[in-house]
Design a protein around this ligand. Structure first.
Ligand code: NCD
Ligand code: ZN
Length: 416
């Protein structure tokens, strides 16, 4: 039987590139074989296909801060970076702490997404959790104040995480303990790191990992190899961002590099980098755009956060191309593991999975330039870094990026 679509391309199998046919029916992968018949054939023989990327930590800023980003532009940026699924954080305005706010947010954004998306609820008051569980793909816990989130929890931590409504759910934790923060003037990246220091991360991790609760704990944006050891010992999952791997507190990017948790010393980021060799981390962008105007004030007054949804996978692929990390680990860390954590049938090129694919010419390494990116914020902390962007992107069987254009708009679907 001929498939609706057959894509002829190269995929990674057991870590090596193989020429294969991907048979697609009804937006799903229905066969992966050496030879397949299709009513339509797509020719990507010279390209490496990876599953569409899954970025489980983004801030798309809608509603409330659409001067920075909106759901349309943020998800367009994702698509151009080979990412076909994003999960959006709850620190929008109003913050998503109850069912009403979640429903309102979904109503506002649901027809604007260019890639598939899920929404986080924010943990604050135990009485508000059960109203959100039907719609929220996961929950966010802020242990300290950060841009757009107060860090106040209305219910004690142990009690909150043992709420029946949370059983089996992913709880992504922003782990910084504000009691460790130093009182100093935050006037450069070095000082920002000293104030929101690594000890604050270690102490918060110790606190959250000691809680006994039937949730899937996921630790966001870990910045040190020691933090990862702490988390692995408790078998929790964790995220690492490209900026904590590739930038540091002496990078010459001023407030563009101001982010929570802060960029660390170069030696710390290099040791963090070495942990990638096991391929067990989830790479998430923490895409947190602010406008250039907002970032151009005095360093101490600039908001924390930087964009990264479009550059996340392309930066990792450039590292693979240089032989610094393995392609299969890029696929695992950017696609497969994040999808698995949330139980999504995405992130793998296998029968039964959504036909989300991105096609890369691994020899087409370019330098990142903000003017070629698609976030509304218009800047990147990775200017000049090497990256490999996709030539084409498919979302559930439809080519959404083709010939350098967004070929199909707003076809993103809500994931609960
Ligand atoms: C994030 C933002 O701007 O929304 N900022 C940041 O520095 N990461 C908030 C957050 O996730 O801490
Ligand atoms: Zn974040």
């Amino acid at each position: 039987m001929a498939h609706e679509i057959v894509v002829k391309t190269k995929i990674l199998q057991s870590g090596t590139e193989r020429a294969m046919c991907i048979g697609i029916d009804n937006g799903k992968i229905n066969a992966v074989e050496k030879y397949l018949d299709g009513e339509r054939e797509l020719h990507f023989e010279d390209y490496l296909a990876l599953p569409g990327g899954v970025d489980i930590h983004t801030h798309m800023r809608e509603p409330g801060m659409t001067q920075k980003e909106d759901f349309y532009t943020g998800t367009k940026a994702a698509a151009f970076g080979g990412t076909t699924t994003i999960l959006d954080m709850p620190n929008t305005i109003p913050s998503v702490k109850n069912e009403l706010a979640l429903r309102d947010k979904l109503d506002i954004i649901k027809n604007k997404a260019n890639v598939d998306f899920g929404l986080f609820g924010q943990l604050s008051d135990i009485d508000n959790i059960s109203g959100m569980t039907n719609l929220a793909i996961g929950f966010k816990l802020y242990m300290s104040e950060t841009t757009g989130a107060s860090g106040t929890i209305k219910t004690p931590l142990e009690h909150l995480l043992n709420s029946d409504a949370l059983a089996g759910k992913v709880v992504t934790v922003h782990a910084e303990d504000p009691r460790m923060f130093a009182d100093d003037t935050c006037d450069n990246l070095h000082r920002h790191n000293l104030i929101r220091n690594m000890k604050a991360e270690f102490m918060a991790l110790r606190r959250i990992l000691a809680v006994d609760a039937p949730v899937k704990l996921n630790l966001a944006h870990l910045t040190t190899a020691e933090s990862i050891d702490q988390v692995k010992a408790k078998r929790a999952s964790f995220e690492i961002t490209p900026h904590h791997l590739l930038l540091h507190d002496a990078s010459k990017i001023d407030a563009m590099g101001k982010v929570n948790p802060p960029l660390r010393k170069k030696a710390i980021s290099e040791r963090l980098f070495k942990t990638l060799k096991t391929g067990r981390a989830i790479i998430a962008s923490d895409h947190a755009p602010h406008t250039l105007e907002e970032k151009s004030v005095d360093f101490k007054d600039a908001p924390s956060g930087l964009p990264g949804v479009e550059t996340r996978l392309p930066l990792m692929l450039a590292l693979a191309n240089k032989g610094i990390i393995r392609y299969i680990h890029v696929q695992d860390m950017c696609c497969t593991l994040p999808a698995e954590l949330f139980g999504l049938k995405k992130g793998k090129i296998e029968t039964g999975y959504d036909a989300d694919l991105a096609f890369y010419d691994a020899n087409n390494m370019v330098k990142i330039e903000a003017e070629n990116l698609h976030s509304k914020c218009g800047w990147t902390p990775f200017e000049g870094h090497h990256a490999i962007f996709p030539k084409g992107v498919m979302l559930r069987g439809q080519m959404i990026i083709r010939g350098g254009e967004l070929a199909i708009e707003k076809s993103g679907k809500f994931l609960k």
